[in-house]
Write a protein that binds this ligand. Structure first.
Ligand SMILES: [Fe+2]
Ligand SMILES: [Fe+2]
Length: 283
């Protein structure tokens, strides 16, 4: 197994984009200046739109509308704003935006939406954190692709042609996996260790270690793994649906205490919510 240093030799973790960096700095100050924070967010239209959308989402269950960014900041809290700013910035990491990046981005949006619904279903205390982890869970693939494009395209070709699991082949070709790269990315970008853990363990190969984790980290890991499974099954960000893979979905459902009926209802809601979310990112 490769360690962080070996991974960093082969993978360039991109720097945090300017807007997110400014927000990180402001949020880390002792006396946080809400007006300054609002100014930075307002200067970035797509970030401002996401902040307002999140503040008015069902996660918070408010009866009234939040119309201004400063109200949203106060209501959601600084940590959420930080996570959101960083998550929105990851779109820049998908810089080439060819077909591969497009598919990975769609898959990330799908997993983010599914994770939010699962988090709400189990009353996970921070549904927003789950959506951010969902959006980032496969960012390691993008980093690997940007750092070693030829090797990565060979890998994806093999996965498509031989219909083998990505996670089985990536270790042969890179010596490490995208989940590990994603975990390093999350820490370097200033996300919490909890979120980095969920990214690092989002594949079922890490399932057996989950039981040792403290409950909220374990639940976040299960949410991301199950959200990923939902998207893989439905073919979100893939060439087509894949029903026959072993993804240990049932075991994740059991750990999260989600029943069959609740799960199939959730999948129906997911299909609708995914389409809406995709449109909102195009704005
Ligand atoms: Fe993955
Ligand atoms: Fe994934």
């Amino acid at each position: 197994m490769a360690n962080t240093e070996q991974i960093l030799k082969m993978c360039d973790i991109p720097a945090v984009p300017m807007v997110a960096m400014k927000i990180l700095r402001l949020v880390e100050e002792e006396n946080i200046n809400v007006d300054a924070l609002q100014d930075v967010i307002m200067a970035d239209q797509s970030l401002a739109a996401r902040v307002l959308k999140m503040a008015n989402s069902s996660f918070y269950g408010l009866r009234r509308n939040i119309d201004t960014v400063s109200e949203a900041i106060i209501m959601m809290g600084f940590n959420t704003i930080k996570n959101l700013a960083l998550a929105v910035s990851t779109k820049d990491v998908y810089k080439k935006f060819g077909l591969l990046e497009q598919k990975l981005w769609e898959h990330s949006i799908g997993v983010s939406v599914a994770a939010g619904l699962l988090a709400q279903a189990i009353r996970f205390p921070s549904a927003e954190e789950a959506t951010v982890a969902g959006l980032l869970h496969d960012v390691g693939k993008v980093v690997m692709n940007n750092s070693q494009p030829e090797r990565f395209s060979l890998l994806t070709e093999m996965v498509y042609n031989d219909r083998v699991m990505f996670i089985d082949r990536e270790k042969d070709m890179f010596g490490f996996g995208h989940a590990e790269v994603g975990g390093i990315f999350a820490l370097r970008w200033g996300f919490s260790g909890h979120l980095s853990d969920a990214i690092r363990r989002h594949h079922f190969e890490a399932f057996d270690d989950l039981l040792e984790l403290e409950p909220s980290t374990r639940n976040l890991c299960c949410i991301i793994a199950l959200a990923d499974a939902i998207c893989i099954r439905l073919g979100v960000g893939y060439r087509g649906p894949m029903a026959d893979l072993n993804l240990r979905d049932r075991e994740y459902m059991e750990l999260l205490e989600i029943g069959e009926k609740e799960f199939s209802d959730l999948i129906e809601r997911f299909k609708q919510a995914y389409v809406e979310e995709k449109i909102s990112y195009q704005m």
